[in-house]
Design a protein around this ligand. Structure first.
Ligand code: NAD
Length: 300
């Protein structure tokens, strides 16, 4: 069994990005600028946003964090997003989810201009993804593809089973794995909360992607011998023996699955790290497009 560790894969991507930033600076161009918007002080969201900002700093991106109180009126938030849309110094922007109940996720996603939507959540970008056109691939599915590429795992001709159909993970990864692209060409089955024969399907998976948010859901009896297991789940589970009072658990029972899998992602330390690397790559793509620059400028 080979552990699909996110750290070396993300480090390789970040090293490339860092070189690209240096190439831009040598040409007297400014580095890419990512803006994160955080509403309230949800513990997990704080951690994710802090990590995004830290990663930007590490590779020489400019980054900004804009914070609002939980009670911020929806129109004030949308107005800020419009301002960022029109701010020429901003290349990519994201609003950390989840949002407080009084704010419409749909309105927020639709307000961010598709050109700066580095999370790839805007309907225009998701539509382009479905068409196989160039787009911002949502960061987590993109991170999964980058992780598979790093470890030389090919999806072509395989049966991939995806558990979960959310717009940010399950559905886009099922589209990518089935697409006619070098990283795709798998036959994909997508399962969800109304799938009656999930175990029967997961047992057929050469590649099993678990993205449902139920810790330890995938057990050994659901896994084919030699399968590639991609665990996307991140759930905080109370643990009084842990320093923070909780532990991060994936959707797969790791010890059971590791005994059968050919490759498996750890949680934490797997897909999560790749999500940020993918977001950074999307930010460079946004920067190049906005400045009408070709990729060649990054290596010249
Ligand atoms: P979601 O709640 O939006 O979607 C969950 C999906 O799982 C739904 O489509 C639902 O139909 C399906 N589901 C629920 N129970 C099921 C069951 N018993 N059997 C089959 N399908 C079932 O969740 P999401 O936003 O896609 O996130 C899924 C998990 O991935 C969460 O733990 C989340 O924290 C994690 N996540 C991780 C990253 C990362 O960077 N690693 C990024 C995004 C989400």
């Amino acid at each position: 069994m080979i552990l699909l560790e996110g750290k070396p894969a993300a480090a390789a991507i970040k090293a490339d990005l860092s070189k690209q930033v240096n190439a831009l600076i040598q040409k007297k161009l400014r580095p890419p600028h990512l803006v994160a918007v955080l509403i309230g002080n949800n513990g997990a969201s704080e951690t994710y946003v802090a990590s995004k900002i830290k990663n930007c700093e590490e590779i020489g991106f400019q980054s900004s964090l804009i914070r609002f109180e939980t009670s911020v009126p929806e129109d004030i938030l949308l107005q800020k997003l419009e301002e960022l849309n029109n701010d020429d110094t901003v290349d990519g922007m994201l609003v950390q989810l989840p949002l407080p109940k009084h704010i419409s996720e749909e309105k927020v996603i639709n307000t961010i201009t598709p050109e700066k939507d580095v999370d790839g959540f805007h309907p225009v970008n998701l539509g382009r993804l479905a068409q196989g056109a160039p787009t911002f691939i949502p960061a987590t599915p993109y991170g999964i593809i980058l992780l598979m590429q790093h470890y030389g795992i090919h999806a072509k001709g395989k049966h991939a089973v995806v558990i979960g159909r959310s717009n940010i993970v399950g559905r886009p990864i099922s589209i990518l794995l089935s697409s006619n692209q070098p990283y795709g060409n798998a036959t994909v089955t997508i399962c969800h909360s109304h799938t009656p024969n999930l175990k029967e399907l997961s047992l057929q998976a050469d590649i099993l992607v678990a993205a449902l948010g139920k810790p330890g859901f995938v057990t050994a009896d659901m896994i084919k011998e030699g399968a590639v297991i991609i665990d996307v789940g991140i759930t905080r589970v109370e643990d009084t023996s842990a320093k923070k009072g909780f532990r991060i658990k994936g959707d797969v029972n790791f010890d059971e699955a590791a005994a059968k899998a050919s490759y498996i992602t750890p949680v934490p330390g797997g897909v999560g790290l790749m999500t940020i690397a993918a977001l950074l790559k999307n930010t460079v793509t946004a920067y190049l497009k906005r400045h009408n620059l070709s990729e060649a400028i990054l290596s010249e």
